[in-house]
Ligand binder design. Structure first.
Ligand code: PLP
Length: 393
């Protein structure tokens, strides 16, 4: 057995989501792999354990455990495979282009909210608003879905993209379009603010506003346009690159961060939109740290909070993972929570972050949380939502 540079091993194996989750779940639980990948020494092609190889590539290992002729039974820890080396922050924050500014800016900060923490239930905020383009968690998926689509096409560029978005994913894809010279047509529902529409136009996207109220309701129409115009529809709601990017980076970096902070959280709170980021974090943490609870946050029945929505409106990944509880929050509670956080700790986060904080607070008040550390995933910053917040000041 020896460790081989991942780029020197050829495996084109396709993996169904279920198979991928089975293989990766086992790797995360055991903390490594227990057999080698058999590779042809001349061509570099994988002969045996192709699915394991494909899964390891997807989760971003740097080295693969390889043997020739027969597979060896041997345990190799994730650390030896360079699993955590995939995250490479720029030490002195110098970046060669605006794409590098995204992925070498990770991890996004994890910050203790000293004054917003309640009664020994310490709240740690992961500030996804520190991503550079849409200033939200969505930069991660805009970047990864675009890159994967480009890779698959084998071309230098994508001519045109269409996407249904509630602003943030659209901004992230629009940024990738400017970097790669493509064009985006963004479809937004009626509930998106004027600020969101203006921002998309500032980023150079064409914007079409629909009378429908949920982004997910626009998918079929957008898929039709994509077919008619030979455009690429990345489709954040179904594209597994959404799940994979959070597994490869967001969840993994959160593990490195809790190690540095010296904590193991009792629970992680997050909002559900496509369900991409929280489902992945649930999958990762439930496998790595059995005891960590996951709480999902959705808007109260019949209400809208930009970026999150109700599970029954249709989500892919949330049904593949274990979520311990869903907490419903009203737009009013979310807005008031935003003001509470900014006036306590001086950080101005968005409305879906307010909803996440309101869920944490509600569970503390209901005596559902014991003392300990809690992680709150805050998807973006508050500056996009001043219109909606103006009535609360
Ligand atoms: N919050 C905001 C502000 C968002 O833009 C989104 C997604 O659009 C979410 C939360 C939900 O994230 P996810 O799609 O990963 O569930």
């Amino acid at each position: 057995m020896y460790l081989e540079d991942v780029n020197r091993v050829i495996c084109e194996e396709e993996l169904e989501l279920e198979e991928f989750l089975d293989i990766v779940g086992e790797i995360l639980r055991s903390g490594g792999v227990d057999k080698t990948i058999v590779v042809d020494s001349r061509s570099g092609e994988v002969i045996e354990n192709k699915k394991l190889c494909a899964a390891l590539k997807k989760i971003g290992v740097i080295r693969l455990p390889v043997s020739h002729q027969v597979s060896e039974t041997i345990f190799i820890p994730l650390e030896h495979l360079g699993f955590f080396e995939d995250i490479k922050p720029s030490k002195y924050r110098v970046f060669m282009d605006t794409e590098e500014l995204l992925y070498r800016n990770w991890p996004t900060p994890l910050v203790k909210l000293r004054k917003s923490s309640i009664n020994g239930r310490v709240a740690w905020a992961k500030l996804e608003g520190f991503n550079p383009w849409s200033m939200s968690v969505k930069d991660r998926i805009g970047w990864y879905m675009f890159k994967k689509s480009l890779e698959k096409s084998g071309k230098e560029n994508i001519r045109m993209l269409v996407e249904a978005t509630s602003t943030n994913t659209g901004l992230a894809i629009a940024a990738m379009c400017t970097i790669y010279g493509s064009k985006l047509r963004a479809y937004i529902p009626s509930t998106v603010s004027t600020t969101g529409e203006i921002l998309l136009k500032i980023f150079g996207a064409d914007v079409i506003r629909s009378p429908k109220s949920l982004t997910v309701e626009l998918i079929d129409e957008v898929e039709d346009v994509a077919k008619k115009q030979s455009a690429i529809h990345l489709n954040q709601f179904y594209n597994d690159a959404n799940f994979e990017v959070h597994l490869r980076y967001t969840a993994k970096e959160l593990e490195l961060q809790i190690r540095e902070a010296g904590i193991i959280p009792k629970a992680i709170f997050g909002g559900l939109g496509t369900s991409g980021h929280l489902s992945t974090i649930a999958f990762y943490f439930k496998n790595r740290f059995k005891e960590v609870k996951i709480y999902g946050v959705v808007p109260k029945q019949g209400t809208f909070i930009q970026g999150i929505r109700r599970i029954e409106s249709g989500m892919k990944w949330v049904h593949k993972v274990e979520i311990d509880k869903i907490v419903e929050i009203s737009p009013d509670e979310a807005a008031k929570a935003v003001l509470e956080i900014v006036r306590n700790d001086g950080i101005f986060v968005g409305l879906s972050s307010g909803a996440v904080y309101a869920a944490y607070k509600k569970m503390v008040e209901n005596k559902e949380l014991e003392e300990g550390d809690y992680i709150l995933i805050f998807p973006d910053m508050g500056f996009k939502y001043v219109e909606q917040l103006s009535k609360y000041i």
